[in-house]
Design a protein around this ligand. Structure first.
Ligand code: HEM
Length: 203
């Protein structure tokens, strides 16, 4: 009985996290249906998807820390899902850029990648994110050693930092928002590295 109740609870918890992750996308779609995507809908959608991609990347990093150091190991169950949602938002962000903003004009896109540093960095971050999404599948993960898998997945810190630089380079005047995300990524990285540093000093 207790086991059945626990199974139901786990399923509810899982559905709740799924709904939370899907909510920003549902909201963007809703605004699309109700014609509330501002006067510049393409830029608005592109920016919303980008900023949610960055938020979910930060959340993935925060989950690891909370699970390890704040006594919430159960959160680890959701890390892969949140990470995959980050990938989904960034992929939709890229697709909006390629298909809607540039209408598959590959020559124009190539020029943009070569000439605009924020696009170059964004593309680099996306290229690094793809292997993480692929190796999050259990079948692929089983083929890797745990050490190799952990090493590869540590690059999520670099990817989040590249997302911040991408954001910083594209804003024209007010840099407060990218700086805020930069601060969050820096704190999360420091919190992850600090225990190792103190361990090696006391050893
Ligand atoms: C990990 C990868 C990426 C992250 C985290 C990310 C994140 C962001 C963020 C936070 C913004 C600004 C949102 C705002 O102003 O509120 C943005 C804007 C933008 N991103 Fe990305 N991005 C990524 C990859 C890419 C890629 C691959 C491309 C295209 C090749 C791209 C193209 C753009 C463009 C065109 C804008 C809007 C620029 C403007 O409105 O002037 N991003 N992105």
């Amino acid at each position: 009985m207790a086991q059945a109740r626990r199974a139901v609870w786990l399923r509810l918890e899982s559905a709740f996290v799924w709904l939370l992750c899907a909510a920003p996308l549902a909201l963007i779609l809703w605004w699309g249906f109700t014609g509330d995507l501002t006067a510049n809908p393409v830029e608005f959608v592109l920016r919303e998807l980008g900023v949610w991609g960055l938020r979910f990347l930060c959340l993935t990093l925060a989950v690891t820390l909370l699970a390890r150091y704040a006594g919430m190991p159960r959160l680890m169950r959701f890390r892969r899902r949140i990470g995959l949602w980050a990938f989904a938002y960034v992929t939709l962000h890229l697709l909006t850029y390629v298909a809607v903003a540039h209408e598959f004009d590959w020559a124009e896109i190539a020029t943009d990648i070569a000439k605009r540093p924020y696009i170059t960095i964004g593309m680099g971050a996306f290229a690094l994110l793809v292997p993480l999404a692929v190796t999050s599948a259990n079948a692929v993960r089983r083929k890797m050693t745990p050490r190799a898998w952990r090493r590869l997945h540590r690059s999520v810190y670099l990817i989040a930092a590249m997302g911040v630089v991408h954001y910083f380079l594209l804003v024209k005047a007010d840099t407060s928002s990218p700086l805020l995300y930069g601060g969050i990524v820096a704190v999360l990285l420091a919190a992850r590295l600090l225990p190792r540093f103190t361990r090696s000093r006391t050893a």
